[in-house]
Design a protein around this ligand. Sequence first.
Ligand code: ZN
Length: 136
Amino acid sequence: MPKTQCARLRCQTDATFIFRAESLPDGVPVCNVHRSELEAGAPWAVEQEDGRDVLLLGHDADLAWPRMLRAYSAQGGKDTEIEKGKLERTVQLGLTYGRLGVPGSVDLELNLSLNMAREMALGLLRVVDSAPPMPE
Ligand SMILES: [Zn+2]
């Protein structure tokens, strides 16, 4: 049986193990060193390159992760007349987003009805609560 090379980016070592995950049912071949890193919980992602799976691990994987909402702050609550005679609530949101270890931020000012503002705050809370913790 021909040797299969470890799928981790830049690794030239022969694979000794097939790494599988729920999002990667077919698995990718990895060497002993990179198997250990995966089992220790290093962040990973798989990208297609020239029709084959390339495993991004550790710092490489950080850059492949999609931007995610990490935290937010909300302030305001002043009433604003958007249409004549119709008051809406103005809410200022500060959003912190970013890939793992690469945070960015943006400030938004939204005009929402009280009900919409409440729903949005609850929705944001769910998103933030489900995000993985920021690395130290
Ligand atoms: Zn390897």
